[in-house]
Write a protein that binds this ligand. Structure first.
Ligand code: SF4
Ligand code: SF4
Length: 176
């Protein structure tokens, strides 16, 4: 009986081995062959612009507060018209764990994750990205979104009349 069981086990094992011999290999010869990650892959972070070319970041510090490893820092400033912006903005990618919490917290969609994972560097100081390294010319995801048409000093219409905005609720109607 044990001979039959042993033979059966060997045949099943060999069958598994032979099955894989004729399968297409999944290993990619990186860096010659590159795998394109999915668009939602979380890698290098960028700062994006409005459709009109303005900086989306209003230096609200929410991304910095949400970051679990404290690798975002900035200094806020304001133009003469009152529009806030980041005087400087820094991300230390040597500490970043690419969790995406900063992008989730951002109310203006300024900070976004990209699928660019090739930012390794032997010199750790080169992983500290300044605003000029982070700010891109385009809008990234949500290309039509313009925070200043929804909120902030760019809003001139009365409350409830903005884009995708619902009329304000009369709190007295909520009384029991
Ligand atoms: S992805 Fe996570 S760790 Fe990296 S900067 Fe954003 S919040 Fe911080
Ligand atoms: S990137 Fe977004 S969350 Fe961070 S400071 Fe700028 S507007 Fe605020």
């Amino acid at each position: 009986m044990s001979v039959i069981n042993d033979t059966k086990a060997i045949v099943i094992g060999m069958w598994t081995t032979w099955k894989h011999i004729f399968r297409r290999p999944v290993t990619l010869q990186y860096p010659e062959e590159k795998r394109i990650p999915y668009p939602r892959y979380r890698a290098r972070i960028v700062l994006t612009r409005d459709p009109d070319g303005g900086e989306r970041c209003v230096a609200c510090y929410l991304c910095s507060a949400a970051c679990p490893v404290d690798c975002i820092s900035m200094q806020s400033a304001a133009t003469e018209e009152g529009r806030r912006y980041a005087l400087w903005f820094r991300i230390n990618f040597s500490r970043c764990i690419f969790c995406g919490l900063c992008a989730e917290a951002c109310p203006t969609m300024a900070i976004q994750m990209t699928p660019d994972f090739e930012i390794c560097n032997r010199d750790i100081m080169n992983l500290v990205y300044e605003k000029e390294d982070l700010l891109i010319d385009g809008c990234g995801k949500s290309p039509e979104y313009n925070f200043y048409h929804h909120a902030g000093i760019g809003v001139t219409q009365r409350r409830g009349a903005g884009l995708e905005e619902k009329p304000p609720v009369d709190v007295r109607s909520l009384m029991p």
